[in-house]
Design a protein around this ligand. Structure first.
Ligand code: AAL
Length: 396
C-alpha cells in the first residue's frame, strides 16, 4: 500500500507539473510573441493591434506593390481657349475618352455665358443670361484628339432643349456608353438653376450612330430619383456606365441628408443602376448606396471586378476601392492629390471583359472659384497614372 501511494502521489506531481509547464509555454508564447522583422506572408495567429491586423486585408503590405495604388501626374490640354480665364468660358466634368477611327473623343459640360456664375447661394437671382453655378446654362460639347494632349473642339454634341423640355435650363456632366456599335451619352438634366433647391437634376440620355452625332435626346429621365425618403430622392447625378456581366452597370451619385430640411449635414453616396438596354429600364441595386464617399464617379473594370476612385467628400475620400462583384466595395489603397471628376481611357469599359486591365490615363477637371462657387470656372486636364496591369513603368 505504501509503495502504491508513493507511486500515485508521484504520478499526480508529474501530471500537474507538466500541465503547468504547458500553460507557461502557452502564456509565454502569447505574452512574448513580437511582430517579426521579416514581414509574414500570412496573417500571424498571435494577438496584434487593429492597425497591424488590418494590414493583412490589403493585397500587399508595401503600397508601391499594390496594383490599385498610383500617383497622379497632370498636364494642361493644348488647343482649348479660355477667354483669358475671365470666368465666362468653362469646361468641366469630362467623359471618359474613347478611341474611334484613329481619334480620341471626349464629351464635357461647356458654359459660355456673358458673365461668370453668381454662386449657388444667389440662385434666385439667376436669369436666362446669368448663371447660378459653373454648370448652369450649359450644353454638352465634344472635342477630338490624336494624342490625348492636344484637343480640337468640334462643337455642341447635345444642346439644351427649349423650355419646358427636360434639361431646358442646363445639361451637364456627360458620360459615354458604346453598346452594340451605337453611342449613348448619359447626363444631368436641369429644369431650374442649380442651387435653387440644392443641385436638383435627374439623369437623361441622348443616342447617335456615330460619335460625331447627330445626337437624339430622349427628352425624359432614364435614371429616376428614389422615392420620397430614400437617399437619392432629390437627384441622380454623375452617370458612369460600364458593361459588366453582360449588362449595363451605371454608377451614379446623389447628395443626401440635406435640402430642404437640413443644410449642414450634407453627405454623398454612389448608387448602381443596372439595365439590359441603354434606354432602360435601369433597376437600382437593392444594396444601394454602394459607396459611402466620393463627389464624382470614376469606375473601371479591374481583374474580375470593378475598381473605383473615390475623391473629395466622405470618410473614405482619396481612396481606391475594389469590388469583386461590382457591388461590395472595399478600400484597396489610399491615394493623394487625386484627379477630380475623372473619366479614364478604358479600352475594355464596354467589351464585357471578364478580366479588366485597368487604366493609365484619363481626363479630369480643375476648378477656379470664389466662396460658394462665385465666379467659378473650370478647365479640363489630362491625368496620367499607373492603375493598369499592362503598365511597365514603376509608380510615377
Ligand atoms: C460636379 C458633379 C455634378 C454636380 C456638379 C456638376 O462635379 O458632381 O455635375 O451637379 O458638380
Amino acid at each position: 500500500i505504501k509503495l502504491q501511494s508513493i507511486l500515485f502521489i508521484g504520478l499526480l506531481l508529474f501530471v500537474s507539473s507538466s500541465c503547468k509547464q504547458q500553460v507557461n509555454q502557452q502564456s509565454e508564447k502569447t505574452e512574448h510573441q513580437v511582430f517579426p522583422h521579416k514581414m509574414p506572408t500570412e496573417k500571424p495567429d498571435f494577438p496584434m493591434s487593429s492597425a497591424i491586423e488590418r494590414m493583412f486585408d490589403y493585397s500587399t503590405p508595401r503600397v508601391q506593390d499594390n496594383e490599385l495604388y498610383s500617383l497622379f501626374k497632370y498636364t494642361q490640354l493644348e488647343g482649348l481657349d479660355y477667354n483669358n480665364h475671365d470666368g465666362t468660358i468653362s469646361r468641366r466634368d469630362p467623359s471618359r475618352p474613347i478611341f474611334v477611327n484613329g481619334k480620341y473623343y471626349m464629351w464635357y459640360t461647356k458654359r459660355q455665358t456673358k458673365v461668370p456664375p453668381i454662386g449657388a447661394k444667389r440662385a434666385a437671382e439667376a436669369t436666362d443670361e446669368i448663371p447660378s453655378t459653373d454648370w448652369d446654362l450649359c450644353d454638352l460639347w465634344y472635342a477630338t484628339s490624336e494624342d490625348g494632349f492636344t484637343w480640337d473642339e468640334q462643337g455642341i454634341a447635345v444642346a439644351r432643349p427649349a423650355k419646358p423640355a427636360l434639361g431646358w435650363r442646363s445639361i451637364a456632366t456627360p458620360d459615354i456608353l458604346v453598346w452594340k456599335g451605337k453611342y449613348y451619352l448619359y447626363f444631368q438634366a436641369f429644369n431650374e438653376p442649380s442651387g435653387t433647391k440644392g443641385d436638383w437634376c435627374p439623369i437623361s440620355m441622348a443616342y447617335a450612330d456615330s460619335p460625331d452625332g447627330p445626337w437624339t435626346h430622349v427628352g425624359k429621365t432614364v435614371v429616376p430619383f428614389g422615392k420620397k425618403g430614400e437617399w437619392d430622392q432629390d437627384q441622380t447625378q454623375d452617370p458612369h456606365p460600364i458593361v459588366y456581366k453582360g449588362k449595363i452597370y451605371l454608377y451614379y451619385k446623389a447628395a443626401y441628408n440635406k435640402w430642404p430640411d437640413l443644410r449642414d449635414k450634407y453627405a454623398v453616396a454612389h448608387g448602381l443602376a443596372i439595365a439590359d438596354d441603354p434606354f432602360g429600364p435601369f433597376k437600382k441595386h437593392p444594396l444601394n448606396p454602394v459607396l459611402n464617399s466620393g463627389h464624382e464617379t470614376t469606375y473601371f473594370p479591374f481583374k474580375e471586378g470593378i475598381a473605383a476612385l473615390v475623391i473629395k467628400d466622405g470618410n473614405e475620400r482619396e481612396t481606391m476601392q475594389y469590388a469583386e462583384d461590382g457591388v461590395n466595395f472595399k478600400i484597396a489603397s489610399s491615394v493623394s492629390l487625386t484627379p477630380t471628376a475623372t473619366g479614364f481611357y478604358t479600352p475594355d469599359a464596354f467589351t464585357n471583359t471578364n478580366y479588366g486591365r485597368g487604366v493609365s490615363w484619363g481626363l479630369c477637371h480643375f476648378i477656379n472659384a470664389g466662396k460658394y462657387g462665385v465666379n467659378q470656372h473650370s478647365i479640363i486636364a489630362r491625368v496620367d497614372c499607373d492603375l493598369s496591369l499592362d503598365c511597365n513603368e514603376p509608380s510615377l
